[in-house]
Write a protein that binds this ligand. Structure first.
Ligand SMILES: C[S@@+](CC[C@H](N)C(=O)[O-])C[C@H]1O[C@@H](n2cnc3c(N)ncnc32)[C@H](O)[C@@H]1O
Length: 177
């Protein structure tokens, strides 16, 4: 994807907020403007989430992490002058997605636990909301996941995973081959 001064990220499953925190730190380092959307069906109370010692492990002030959790739901909140967070309390299945998504973190529970989310229908919905050359990344490289992504129109690549994970998947929306 060509460099964009402003990118839109959509996360499936805000959970503990770890992905959002890592992205906030990376955006800061790269001086990248980010509009970060995350959907979550079962939000974790802020106090509960802050018990995880991510800030300590990453060497970040706990207030940085807390700011992600204390941000109001269903509202765009400026975390700093480059990073805007919109946490959406809802279900991905019937969510109206923001348009022009450049990057998707697809972080649902395992395909065996939530087969309805790892489906062609859901991937197609994401595909349609993404910009051309947009990228979806996910930790599952199961055959049925790659198949559903391809059926939705993505160009699918299997990549080496992070430590402890053999493989992950990158799927690219490529409208003009
Ligand atoms: C694997 S966890 C995500 C972890 C998270 N990305 C993090 O950094 O901690 C999956 C998350 O998806 C949420 N979830 C499950 N089904 C959902 C749905 N239909 N719509 C939105 N969120 C959902 C779960 O509540 C859970 O927090």
């Amino acid at each position: 994807m060509a460099h964009k001064s402003h990118i839109t990220i959509f996360e499936m499953g805000f959970g503990t907020g770890l992905n959002a925190l890592l992205t906030l730190l990376q955006a800061e380092q790269m001086a990248q403007n980010v509009d970060y959307y995350a959907v979550e069906l079962y939000p974790i109370p802020a106090e509960e989430a802050c018990k995880a010692n991510f800030s300590e492990q990453l060497g970040v002030a706990v207030d940085r992490f807390r700011s992600l959790h204390s941000a109001e739901w269903d509202k765009a909140v400026a975390i700093d002058n480059r990073f805007t967070l919109t946490k959406i309390q809802g279900d991905l299945v019937n969510l109206e997605l923001p348009l022009g998504i450049d990057l998707v973190y697809f972080d649902a529970f395992d395909p065996e636990a939530q087969p309805e989310l790892w489906s062609e229908t859901i991937f197609k919905k994401l595909y349609e909301a993404m910009s051309n050359e947009g990228v979806l990344v996910t930790y599952s490289s199961k055959g049925i996941v790659k198949q559903a992504l391809r059926a939705a129109g993505f160009f699918v690549q299997r990549l080496s995973g992070p430590p402890g994970k053999r493989h992950m998947v990158r799927a690219i929306k490529r409208e003009h081959e």
